[in-house]
Ligand binder design. Structure first.
Ligand code: FES
Length: 66
């Protein structure tokens, strides 16, 4: 699904960047999502927050299993 129509950035791309360890600021700098009209900014923030929480949960689970 295209998340940012202005810059043609998909939600999949944003999720990939979070998995690579990028912060919201780094994602914006990399793909420019949210730098046009701003209509996607709330959704962008929410996806990054959700995916970051998922990544943290995976790290905690890995650390407690070893
Ligand atoms: S839809 Fe993302 S900046 Fe316009």
């Amino acid at each position: 699904m295209i998340l940012c129509l202005c810059k043609g950035v998909s939600d999949r791309k944003v999720r990939e960047l979070v998995k690579q360890g990028q912060s919201l600021r780094e994602i914006v700098d990399t793909c420019h999502a949210g730098t046009g009209c701003g209509a996607c900014a709330m959704d962008l923030r929410e996806i990054v927050r959700h995916e970051t929480d998922d990544e943290k949960s995976k790290i905690i689970a890995l650390n407690t299993c070893s």
